[in-house]
Design a protein around this ligand. Structure first.
Ligand SMILES: Cc1cc2nc3c(=O)[nH]c(=O)nc-3n(C[C@H](O)[C@H](O)[C@H](O)COP(=O)(O)O)c2cc1C
Length: 240
């Protein structure tokens, strides 16, 4: 039997050389197992999935909605990089921080346009709707919250409701959109719900999908700093 002391005639006492070789092999094996485990189970494994299409090259009005409650957090850094790229390319960009200026969801009260304004409620939506009426490209930049876009950004989207009314006297200028997201998850499929919701919204509104960016494995405040995904976001801005 291979390895049997009687067959090989070798001593059972491990030599120093064998110990070193054995230790080395064990370390390599453990390292490989560790790496596999890290890839499979780690919450810090990072994937960046992105897709973007080139715009017309003309300067345009862009509105970025950010969706984090954490000012200067990971999705804010992603948004900042996008804005930097977009401004470099000569676009005019407004940023509306839904997490810092929270609004309630639509109350479905039926008061849309009754005052000449899209909504009768008096909250931060009063500052958002004029931006929606001039931005041609809408960028949604959200952390992943419970497999969806954050509630902060979702409430803002809910308030687009007046612009779906048949009797609307005016419309949003938005014709195209992009989605940028970041989450703690190591799995890209955790973004599937948000991506599908984005796809359906675009289908309903007839907006063109201009790009998507999903970044996994990012959780701690500042974890996005110097992250390679920032360059992707910047590029999306430049191509907007
Ligand atoms: C309320 C809440 C829900 C979250 N849900 C998820 C989730 O479903 N999946 C995930 O991967 N990360 C989840 N996270 C983690 C954030 O996506 C992650 O920390 C992200 O980097 C935060 O980005 P920010 O700094 O822009 O807020 C959640 C965080 C919070 C506060």
């Amino acid at each position: 039997m291979a390895g049997d002391d009687k067959d090989t005639g070798k001593s059972l006492r491990p030599s120093r050389r064998n110990l070193l070789l054995g230790g080395g092999a064990a370390a390599v094996t453990l390292g490989a197992v560790g790496l596999a485990a890290k890839t499979l189970f780690s919450t810090t494994s990072v994937h960046v999935e992105s897709f973007v299409t080139r715009g017309s090259g003309k300067s345009r009005n862009i509105l970025v909605l950010t969706g984090s409650g954490r000012k200067g957090g990971n999705s804010d850094l992603l948004a900042e990089a996008f804005v930097q790229g977009a401004r470099e390319a000569g676009h005019s960009v407004d940023v509306f921080a839904c997490g810092q200026r929270p609004m309630v969801s639509c109350m479905h009260c039926g008061g849309c346009w009754s005052t000449g304004m899209p909504c009768v409620m008096e909250d931060s939506f009063s500052s958002l709707w004029p931006l929606l009426e001039r931005a041609e490209l809408l960028v949604l930049c959200s952390p992943l919250y419970w497999y969806s876009m954050s509630g902060h950004i979702k409430c803002a989207i809910d308030r687009f409701f007046p612009y779906s009314s048949k009797e609307r006297p005016r419309d949003m200028a938005v014709r195209e959109a992009m989605l940028l997201m970041v989450g703690e998850t190591p799995l890209l499929r955790s973004f599937a719900g948000a991506a599908e919701s984005y796809r359906q919204i675009l289908g309903y509104k007839g907006w063109k999908d201009r790009g998507r960016l999903f970044v996994t494995g990012v959780d701690e405040f500042g974890a996005m700093r110097d992250h390679p995904a920032l360059e992707k976001a910047r590029e999306m801005g430049r191509l907007a």
